[in-house]
Ligand binder design. Sequence first.
Ligand code: NAD
Length: 277
Amino acid sequence: MTQMTFNTKTKVAIIANGKYQSKRLATKLFNTFRDADDFYLTKKNPDIVISIGGDGMLLSAFHMYEKQLDRVRFVGIHTGHLGFYTDYRDFEVDTLLENLYTDKGEKISYPILKVTVTLSNGHQITSRALNEATVKRIEKTMVADVVINDVKFERFRGDGISVSTPTGSTAYNKSLGGAILHPTIEALQLTEISSLNNRVFRTLGSSIIIPKKDKIEIIPKRLGSYVLSIDNKTYTHRNISKIEYKIDNKKISFVSTPSHTSFWERVKDSFIGEWDS
Ligand code: NAD
């Protein structure tokens, strides 16, 4: 956790999904901040972004402000069950307001992923992912070389590959059989999506955790269309010559509050629930 000093009013942006409950809550917060002395409502260059909805809404808020990660801190309010990026439920909004009124600029930060796609004409597209980036080939089996830190590791055949962040490890990565990584571990996780494994074709099979400063490169061996996903967005590219994955030099920061529950508690609440000990 780090300290920040505020000399001026805290600029707050409120982003909500289309659900009735989210819009109602956004109006309540909007009215509260509009009349507050210490806060200033603006979507331009905010200090704090309040996302109302679920994890998907927080992912969208992250992408809206991904170029301002140095200054922005996020807070998530869930209008359904508790999510992974949402510290508050909708009925806890008064607690959130109390915490923001006493806020000293403390933050908790997590690693994100930097993805660079190089097309065969040399054009490069760079994106950031909070959960994961996947690459899949739709028409035929994807064939691609996996290179880890310049080591030509394996030739992959299958549906595709996912590379996730630590906070994304509980999302698609988990469904693919990947490990759950504590978000203070600065590492990326490569997970296979339906790899072909038999006497002829061979991949490692298990997911791989790659430390900070190392890089993963995927080099497609067939021309054609590839579908890339970056969190909740998908893109189709033709003629990809390389995709590179690294931990970004920026992080996502959340407003650090007493409601920011332990990671293991979230994992337990989401996937295990109560049990008789
Ligand atoms: P969405 O908002 O409906 O999210 C799908 C589900 O993933 C929700 O239940 C959400 O709470 C959960 N989720 C999102 N981020 C999470 C995280 N970091 N840890 C644990 N659960 C998380 O749909 P969307 O807006 O399209 O969300 C995109 C995300 O959905 C992707 O980043 C991907 O991780 C996930 N996804 C999962 C699968 C799968 O599990 N088979 C398939 C595709 C996408």
